[in-house]
Design a protein around this ligand. Sequence first.
Ligand SMILES: Nc1nc2c(c(=O)[nH]1)N[C@H]1C(S)=C(S)[C@@H](COP(=O)(O)OP(=O)(O)OC[C@H]3O[C@@H](n4cnc5c(=O)[nH]c(N)nc54)[C@H](O)[C@@H]3O)O[C@H]1N2
Ligand SMILES: Nc1nc2c(c(=O)[nH]1)N[C@H]1C(S)=C(S)[C@@H](COP(=O)(O)OP(=O)(O)OC[C@H]3O[C@@H](n4cnc5c(=O)[nH]c(N)nc54)[C@H](O)[C@@H]3O)O[C@H]1N2
Ligand SMILES: [Mo]
Length: 681
Amino acid sequence: MAYSACPLDCSATCALDIDLNEDGSIRNIRGDRENPFTHGIICKKVKNYKDIADHPLRLQQPLKRTGKKGSGEFEPISLDEALDLLAQKFSHIMEKYGPQSIWALYYAGTMGWVQQNSVLRLCHALGWSDTYGTFCVSTSEAGIRAGLGMAKGVDLLEVYHSKQIIIWGRNTHVTQFPYMAHLLKARKENGLKIIVIDVYENQTAKQADEFYCIRPGSDGILALAMMKIIIENHLHDPEYLEQYTDFSDITMEIILQTDLNQAVQKTGLSLDQIQHLALSYGKNTKSLIHLGYGFTRRRSGSANMHLVTALPALTGSWKYKGGGAFWSNMHVFSSMEKSNLKGLEFPHRPRKIDHSRIGKALMGDPDLLQNQGSIHGILVQNTNPLAVSAHVELAKKGFLREDLFICSHEQFMTETARYSDLIIPATNFLEHDDIYSVGGWHHLHFTKKLREKPDQAIENHQLINALAQRLGLRDESFNRNAFEQIEIFCENNHLPSFDQLHQQKGYRLPLSFEDSHFLNGFAQEDKKFHFHPKWSSIGKHHDEMEEKPNTILDHADLDKKHPFYLVIPPKEDRLNSTFSFIRTHEKKLSQPIAYIHPNALKSKNINEKEGVIMLKNDQAQVKIAFQSFEHIHPQTIVIEGIFDEKQFENNITPNSLIYDQPALPNDGLCVHDMAVSICKI
Ligand SMILES: Nc1nc2c(c(=O)[nH]1)N[C@H]1C(S)=C(S)[C@@H](COP(=O)(O)OP(=O)(O)OC[C@H]3O[C@@H](n4cnc5c(=O)[nH]c(N)nc54)[C@H](O)[C@@H]3O)O[C@H]1N2
Ligand SMILES: Nc1nc2c(c(=O)[nH]1)N[C@H]1C(S)=C(S)[C@@H](COP(=O)(O)OP(=O)(O)OC[C@H]3O[C@@H](n4cnc5c(=O)[nH]c(N)nc54)[C@H](O)[C@@H]3O)O[C@H]1N2
Ligand SMILES: [Mo]
């Protein structure tokens, strides 16, 4: 068995034990038993990673477009020919329109620091446009910064000391599977109470002791109502508030003004339920809040995240082992020295273009392009924007522009690859060296290539080197391989050598109890938790946000024409769009399904046997199968997962319904914040 780590964008980033056959194909993958967080547990999709790593439909040969744009007609060419063609096209575009007209479009396909960041070396050396990466963390991160000042937090394994855990807008069973096993163990061994707050009974809620099914976007008012009840019952901690926060009489007054009837109406919970939840939280200082990304993927997401993070500050729960809260350690990792991985020695600091609004950007929106001219070339690595972004139909229109040359570096014929002019096969994590941070815990992995790559495939880092050389860049860094880059990273961060870190299966972050519980102060200038956030220093869309504990409106609330909320969270058998291409080719095709409350169906006169409905808003209409589902608010509809466009009529997917307007205050993809109407077919 060989040590490796899961490259997928999941905050568990499991340590893996991999067994390969002689020809390099996967015999077995299991979770590493020595890693305390992974503890020998692996999710179903990575257990079956063979499905994609060794899939017959994996791209083996570079392809050049022969038919019309988007037609899917290509002819095979060699890797050398493909790299020459790419260099020639990009040189020509740079000469004609300037280097900023090339867009390095990359994101979360592999989370490896070397392979993911490598393209930035060309942005910094040549002035290509960079990606403003708002798909995932923007809204949660802004909310975290507002109060705590930075993204770090308690070791989730402290849950063995907790009395209860609140899983807030997160689907742990699906999106961080090994942690669910810890929770079930802690419940069995120590009587841990598992509480879930979500908008439908997801797989985590099914296993919870208490489930609060709320209306989308009502988390902020729920947190405020809980705070009011906690204060009225004297369950707050005045000494902690005085020493560690900016709480004042004014804060108290604002919280006490919360209208509990309005909270009942907005959340859809009863007053009894809200009171029970608030008292249970207030009385149990050893309550851990596991903050999700899910509840923040909306216009109000950052404001709501801020209000939820105020709960442990109010009760002083941060002081206790097994108390406090956790979202991610991302800022601890981002403070590490990565200049060689990103090419920060080069002079350019180009514009960053928001990929959540890719359609508008490609159609020439001057604000998104920052008045620096349009895009004429795109190098796509590690992302599938035509599946995962907002307003996907507009993005496709942009991809069809005749004056745009697109190269997709991919493992599969994804939607984005199909709309490209040139496709180059990429390696996977078994075929290259890399570094992976465990954002959801306290660990850094250093992994090595375990098998040879397909002959005509190339790793991200090597593609960037090959292109740099063809574009005449002579800096010696473009001769370094991934191994050498990692060695330099280790040296720059005063870590042991790559070999040693690999041998010891990674590196545990030296975060003490005091540090991870902010007992040395919060990461704000005054070292205090802020009940009164300075939104203007966090993001540019702050005009409607006030410097007080407060929630704001969602996009969906603004559109009364369409009376249903639509939420599109992850599905267990895929990771964002990864696996979705091959899942459509499996015998047991999994189908996209909209979960709808029976009362909603009745109100629209739709009989369950009809089986299919149309979901509509001003951007698109999507035909989809539905299932009557009781454990959801009657105004909420949920579709789990991102499916290949080929599984929908006219290739129009639910992501076409997602608005491409920014979240407040710092942008972000609002995948759970749509208003739609239901139509009979
Ligand atoms: N199997 C699988 N695992 C994954 C992924 C995947 O696609 N598949 N994606 C990975 C990635 S990139 C990420 S960032 C993480 C995300 O992981 P999570 O933090 O779990 O975030 P989401 O999955 O977007 O949503 C989680 C839950 O939020 C709920 N939710 C939506 N709106 C609201 C709301 O207004 N209030 C409340 N309380 N709940 C709400 C959804 O119903 C869903 O159950 O998961 C990672 N892990
Ligand atoms: N409806 C809806 N939309 C969402 C979300 C949601 O919950 N609901 N989640 C959002 C979130 S949180 C995120 S993070 C984004 C993620 O969106 P993306 O960053 O686009 O991630 P994936 O969809 O997993 O697609 C990654 C692609 O990278 C490719 N890839 C993998 N490894 C490599 C490699 O080493 N090299 C190269 N060149 N390519 C590689 C894979 O084959 C895959 O096609 O999706 C967002 N979109
Ligand atoms: Mo994500």
